[in-house]
Design a protein around this ligand. Structure first.
Ligand SMILES: Cc1cc2nc3c(=O)[nH]c(=O)nc-3n(C[C@H](O)[C@H](O)[C@H](O)COP(=O)(O)OP(=O)(O)OC[C@H]3O[C@@H](n4cnc5c(N)ncnc54)[C@H](O)[C@@H]3O)c2cc1C
Length: 418
């Protein structure tokens, strides 16, 4: 089912040895993804998930994360002193290539591993790194992201959730939205307004918040696919100790940028796990491989899959050369968004009139319909396509930005959404 990048023919001997170690460990500890990939497909097809299913999924993900940690495969690039392996980005990539062939799922930990760890490593104090990173790597503590608000999504710096200092604590009031896994998370990364008298980017503070704190209520929201994986989260007089500020008070926008760049790279580098061969198989199943229009579209899909692969290589080469993530993460995010959208259209075009069927009436229990419907989570989450284009226009092409008085006026005077 998945397209897994093969090991390069002449891999560096140390990396080849690491690959062999990973393969042996995975063979002993995980099940290979079956060629017919039914398990994999079911996960992407579910339209309802009961509380019991969710609890079991969480337990499975936690126990797999613990196994990875004990074997030294969680936080491969994280320094040893914080519970990681102290390894290289190349080793991390090898592990990802190998694990893709097994039936495991730690997606629920992606916010923590892909966004929280690099942000705490970049901005945290020694105490924060020691306190928060090990239990995140070993699966004991699940994290969510409390950034977006009903009036602040693309314009995230326009957020109005308020934090006020009270001795050694901060009191937070406001509402967040679209918070993936907030209803089951143990900790959250939270950005709030702490100064209303300076321009909007200069009055934000970043917190690490215990989700069991009195005053936090996460209410699940149902998505177009039928699953409810994200939430609206209400914060009422939530008390957070001052020691849980990450970075400087009012310096939270810079900290949030670390999280957002890693988020874009995470989404851009993720993909859905479906390879070109799956679309070719679908065309074979429907007897469309001789149809010239379908052939043309398959050829274009093949080209896109190759481009995605090379974009991934380019990002990895930049990482290897020690270059910080920049607008490349927007290129990746935009490219994967378009790729997923085109693939969704292609699958339903191949199915033809049968594409109108759904769930158990449809081929493969509606797997391809779910893929189609799921495309908007990637196209919107982590910054919409339009916003990525704005970033690229301004930062890469050097185009003039729109007049933005809200960037310089005190936030208190800026007209607000609703
Ligand atoms: C699956 C999923 C998971 C998510 N998980 C989380 C999470 O865990 N935590 C979290 O905090 N948030 C999360 N989000 C929220 C996500 O980051 C926001 O949805 C996203 O930033 C867009 O914000 P918005 O929904 O408020 O849309 P808006 O900002 O209101 O945008 C509406 C439309 O206007 C367009 N637009 C807005 N501004 C501009 C502009 N300047 N130029 C051109 N067009 C513009 C947008 O492109 C969009 O089409 C998630 C979203 C999704 C879909």
């Amino acid at each position: 089912m998945t397209t897994v990048a093969a090991a390069p023919e002449q891999e560096d001997p140390e990396l080849a040895a690491f690959r062999a170690e990973v393969r042996a460990w995975l063979d002993a500890n995980a099940e290979k993804r079956r060629p017919d990939a039914n398990e994999f497909k079911r996960r992407f097809t579910a339209t309802t998930v009961s509380d019991d299913d969710e609890r079991k999924h969480l337990e499975r993900a936690r126990s797999w994360q613990r196994k990875l940690f004990d074997a030294g495969f969680s936080g491969i690039t994280v320094p040893n002193e914080y519970g990681g392996r102290g390894g290289t980005a190349a080793q991390q990539r090898v592990f990802q290539q190998e694990v893709a062939r097994y039936e495991v799922d730690t997606g629920i930990f992606s916010v923590g591993l892909g966004m929280v760890v690099p942000t705490i490593l970049a901005h945290g104090t020694q105490e924060q790194k020691r306190r928060f990173i090990p239990p995140l790597l070993n699966g004991d503590e699940l994290w969510c992201q409390l950034f977006s608000e009903p009036g602040a999504g693309s314009d995230l710096a326009g957020l109005t959730t308020r934090a006020e200092r009270d001795g050694d604590e901060w009191i937070v009031n406001g509402q967040k939205v679209w918070n993936s896994f907030a209803h089951v998370a143990d900790w959250g990364i939270l950005i709030t307004r702490t100064n209303w008298d300076v321009p909007k980017h200069s009055g934000i503070t970043y917190f690490l918040v215990d989700m069991s704190t009195t005053g936090i209520e996460a209410r699940p929201l149902r998505q177009i696919t039928g699953v409810a994986h994200f939430n609206e989260t209400f914060l009422t007089d939530v008390r957070i100790p001052h020691e849980n500020v990450l970075g400087e008070v009012n310096g939270g926008w810079g900290v949030a940028q670390s999280t957002l760049m890693n988020e874009r790279a995470l989404i851009g580098g993720g993909g859905s796990g479906i390879g070109f061969r799956d679309y070719a198989d679908l065309a074979r199943h429907y007897g469309r491989t001789e149809d010239p229009v379908v052939r043309q579209r398959l050829a274009s899909a093949y080209t896109r899959f190759q481009i995605m692969r090379w974009l991934g290589e380019r990002a990895r080469a930049a990482a290897k050369a020690g270059k910080p993530l920049g607008p490349e993460s927007s290129v990746m995010k935009l490219a994967i968004s378009q790729h997923v959208a085109d693939n969704g259209d292609l699958a339903l075009a191949i199915e033809g009139p049968e594409a109108m069927l759904y769930q158990s009436d449809a081929f493969e229990d509606g797997f391809w319909q779910q893929q189609f419907l799921g495309q908007w989570s990637i196209r919107i989450g982590g910054g919409t396509e339009q916003v990525q284009r704005n970033i690229l226009g301004e930062r890469v092409l050097g185009l003039p930005s729109e007049p933005r008085p809200d960037k310089t006026d005190p936030f208190r005077n800026v007209p607000k959404n609703a």
